[in-house]
Design a protein. Structure first.
Length: 257
């Protein structure tokens, strides 16, 4: 497995630390230039935008490697450290926004890096207007995805963990992760979530993409397929048990009015 990962590694990422801001900038370049991966991100962004009721004050967490602002020009883009092209440096557990000032908080592949998701959810309740939403695309647990994330992915995937918090290292904000966190919070521990956060309601959990991200090579590997095959792969996924084998999920949480 290690040999295969080295063989398929994207040449732009070799020798870069995941927690180096240069890596985030490099990943932004990769996402834009790899046609298959770019098409995947466009689909993710359409799902997120389509889930929003109001778009005047939308905060994106972990914007550095993406391009959601191309689709939402008024978006408040942010990251955990200074990166070219973002508006704010933001700690998800201590949001620098007034109470009830945001229409939505959105993110792509970020929730499972948040050091303490309970603190983040409290901040979301504080800063969102009534009816505001948290919308995200995140890793999801299925038998297939658990094998992939455990054997072929660099981030920890710990579905048996009892904690909604990470053993956080200040100097490694992007290496800190548990890819199973979204599934733990919004599926395994759903009853606990509803008890702890009665102000929030889980509106959507839509499992997605058993193969597409894997075949794209993501932000670290080379693409396995050319960009023009993306729509065909998505057709196969949608007609082949997408929810049963999903690697990701669209999750939408709404603050009650």
């Amino acid at each position: 497995m290690a040999y295969l990962q080295r063989l398929l590694a994207h040449p732009l990422t070799r020798g870069l630390s995941l927690d180096d801001p240069t890596m985030t900038a490099t990943r932004r370049t990769i996402v834009r230039e790899k046609r298959f991966l770019h098409a995947l991100y466009v689909e993710w962004y359409k799902l997120i935008i389509g889930s929003l009721d109001r778009k005047d004050q939308v905060l994106e967490l972990g914007s550095g490697a993406g391009f959601l602002k191309d689709w939402l020009p008024d978006l408040i883009s942010s990251d955990v450290f200074p990166v070219e092209g973002i508006d704010r440096v933001v700690d998800a557990c201590d949001l620098p926004f007034d109470a009830e000032s945001l229409d939505a908080i959105v993110m792509t592949d970020v929730f499972h890096h948040i050091p303490d998701v309970a603190l983040f959810l409290k901040e979301a309740i504080r800063t969102l207007r009534p009816g505001g939403k948290v919308c995200m695309i995140e890793p999801w647990r299925t038998p297939w995805s658990e094998w992939i994330y455990t054997h072929l992915h660099h981030e920890p995937f710990l579905p048996e963990s009892k904690k909604w918090a990470l053993d956080f290292q200040e100097d490694a904000p992007l290496s800190n992760a548990n890819g199973a966190l979204p599934w733990m919070v919004f599926e395994r521990d759903r009853a606990l979530f509803e008890k702890k956060f009665p102000e929030l309601v889980i509106q959507v959990v839509k499992p997605l993409m058993p193969l597409a991200y894997l075949l794209s090579g993501g932000v670290s590997m080379r693409s396995v397929l050319p960009g023009f095959t993306y729509s065909w792969i998505r057709w196969v996924e949608r007609n082949g048990g997408e929810s049963q084998w999903a690697m990701f999920a669209l999750i939408v949480v709404k603050k009650k009015t």
